[in-house]
Design a protein around this ligand. Structure first.
Ligand code: FES
Ligand code: FES
Length: 154
């Protein structure tokens, strides 16, 4: 089946199998491997990206369901060599350890602040509950998101 999507501002038209998951399409066909696969059972959030402005776990979406959509992945967040404020906040607040969960955390966090620009700590924790960090670095992840929300990343 043929699908057409925009990924990080670039149009792509590709043939995919009906069973192809969006995360596999993004990684294997589009070639953007920043979107990670941690479980493929919709548990971990490592595969989170934005589809038409909404955070989605891309292992729960078929590539054909994304036909016609506008997709943003972690590779599309930085602009002109400048980290996105959320990426900068994670960097400044040591919001990552091994980094495996980080792309999904950052994408989920950007989506969270788009819906709720000034969350409480409890709201950040609740908003990110679908994203697991096997390094258990949650304290600094939450700190990073709150710093980004304050517009102060230090
Ligand atoms: S790989 Fe999608 S939720 Fe874990
Ligand atoms: S930093 Fe290692 S899984 Fe989160």
């Amino acid at each position: 089946m043929q699908i057409s999507v925009t990924v990080n501002g670039t149009a792509h038209t590709d043939d995919v199998e009906p069973r192809t998951l969006l995360v596999h399409y993004i990684r294997d066909t589009v070639g953007l491997t920043g979107t990670n696969i941690g479980c493929d059972t919709s548990s971990c959030g490592a595969c989170t990206l934005h589809m038409d402005g909404e955070s989605v776990k891309s292992c729960t979406v078929l590539a054909v369901q994304a036909d016609g959509s506008d997709i943003l992945t972690i590779e599309g967040l930085a602009t002109d060599g400048q980290l996105h404020p959320m990426q900068e906040a994670f960097r400044q607040n040591h919001g990552l350890q091994c980094g495996y969960c980080t792309p999904g955390m950052v994408m989920a966090a950007v989506g969270l602040l788009a819906e709720n620009p000034h969350p409480t700590e409890a709201e950040v924790r609740e908003g990110l509950e679908g994203n697991l960090c096997r390094c258990t670095g949650y304290h600094n992840i939450v700190k990073s998101v709150l710093a980004a929300a304050e517009g102060a990343s230090a």
